[in-house]
Design a protein around this ligand. Structure first.
Ligand code: KG4
Ligand code: ZN
Length: 344
């Protein structure tokens, strides 16, 4: 069965074709257009511009994917799209195109939870994980620790009570004048800095639960930046390194606590922040000591893409968790808790 996946929840238009049949569904082709250059001038995502750009990109990307996979429209068995969470207008583009395609081809459609896409994205790698595992989901909008026992079987262990980890990277980067998206820029600058230069808070580290809080960090970065005044330029790399270290330290320690609590020996890290070099280094080192395997999506699949949406749909169908539908009335869910897609 060939599943076409469409992602349009934020600032990336992604389309991909995944085929079921093997033990793990296989990626046949994918194409992506990032809007980063377009939004850069505004210092962040402009929702209306995002929607309009998705409209321009999605069909050419779909045609490219079909061409690369050596398929035609009629070969598509299911059309999957990101139903939420995300920007309402942006989501509507993907949902509208997917349902129109489904209706025109007489094929069923399936709305996918964006975070489930991230969560299952390591299944696109050459060395996919096996269930069960602890998942650390770290994106621009979410920071969650989960116990994942199978497709659709997600138990929330802890989450952020305010800003997400990606948001902490982005907001701190903005304070340091590093532009958007801030995560990769801050991380790159941090490589030239001293991570011990500034003492920054590690909130909720000893809270005894698996929740996170990152809102205080950006305030602390702001206070330090103000204190430095004109010296900030010379100390920017040190402040970036100290910020990255604080975020990564909390993510790693809470992940280890989640492994302790569940007794599981396998971890998956997904979402944009999963691309962070320091997070990978420190988590790998800590987990190696505990004989825990850590799986990541391939670097280019950490941030938003169509492959993870097609894969999540294919896995849901293959596991019998959800059947695609032949009705084409659609809605999107800009706010949507992952817990709502948990199967019995
Ligand atoms: O998963 P994603 O593409 O979008 C959401 O679903 O939110 O994640 C984007 C987030 C942004 O906050 C971005 O700054 C962050 O991931 N990010 C990184 C890195 N690459 C992307 N943060 C730290 N280090 C990176 N290398
Ligand atoms: Zn995402």
């Amino acid at each position: 069965m060939k599943v076409l996946g469409i992602e349009s929840s934020c600032d990336e238009t992604g389309v991909a074709l995944v085929e079921t049949g093997a033990v793990v569904p296989q990626l046949r082709a994918q194409a992506l257009h990032s809007q980063v250059d377009m939004h850069q001038a505004y210092g962040g995502v402009v929702p209306e511009l995002a929607s309009r750009d998705h409209i321009r990109r999605v069909l050419p990307l779909a045609q490219q994917v079909l061409r690369e996979a050596g398929c035609e429209l009629a070969d598509i068995d299911v059309v999957a799209y990101t139903r939420g969470p995300g920007l309402a207008g942006a989501l509507l583009v993907g949902a509208g195109i997917a349902c129109a395609l489904g209706a025109a081809l007489g094929r069923p459609v399936l709305g996918v939870h964006h975070l489930e896409g991230h969560l299952l994205s390591p299944f696109l790698s050459a060395d996919p994980p096996e269930f069960p595992f602890v998942a650390l989901l770290v994106s621009g909008g979410h920071t969650q620790l989960m116990e994942v026992d199978g497709v659709g079987q997600y138990l929330l262990l802890g989450e952020t009570i305010d800003d997400a980890a990606g948001e902490a990277f982005d907001k701190s980067a903005k304070l340091l004048g590093l532009g958007y998206p801030g995560g990769p820029a801050l991380s790159e600058l941090a490589q030239q800095g001293d991570a011990t230069a500034f003492k920054l808070p590690r909130p909720l580290l000893h809270s005894g639960d698996l929740d996170f809080s990152f809102a205080g960090l950006k305030t602390a970065v702001l206070v330090q930046a103000k204190k430095l005044g004109v010296d900030l330029a010379a100390r920017k790399a040190d402040l970036a390194a100290s910020t990255e270290a604080a975020i990564v330290d909390v993510l790693v320690r809470k992940s280890l606590a989640a492994l302790d609590r569940t007794g599981l020996k396998r971890m998956v890290v997904a979402g944009g922040v999963g691309a962070n070099r320091l997070l990978r280094e420190q988590l790998n080192a800590a987990c190696a000591k505990r004989h825990v395997r850590v799986h990541y999506p391939e670097l280019h699949l950490c941030t938003d893409n169509g492959a993870m949406i097609a894969m999540a749909a294919a896995l849901r169908i293959q596991a019998g968790v959800e059947a695609p539908r032949l009705t084409y009335a659609f809605d999107v869910k800009p706010r949507w808790a992952l817990g709502e897609v948990v199967s019995g």
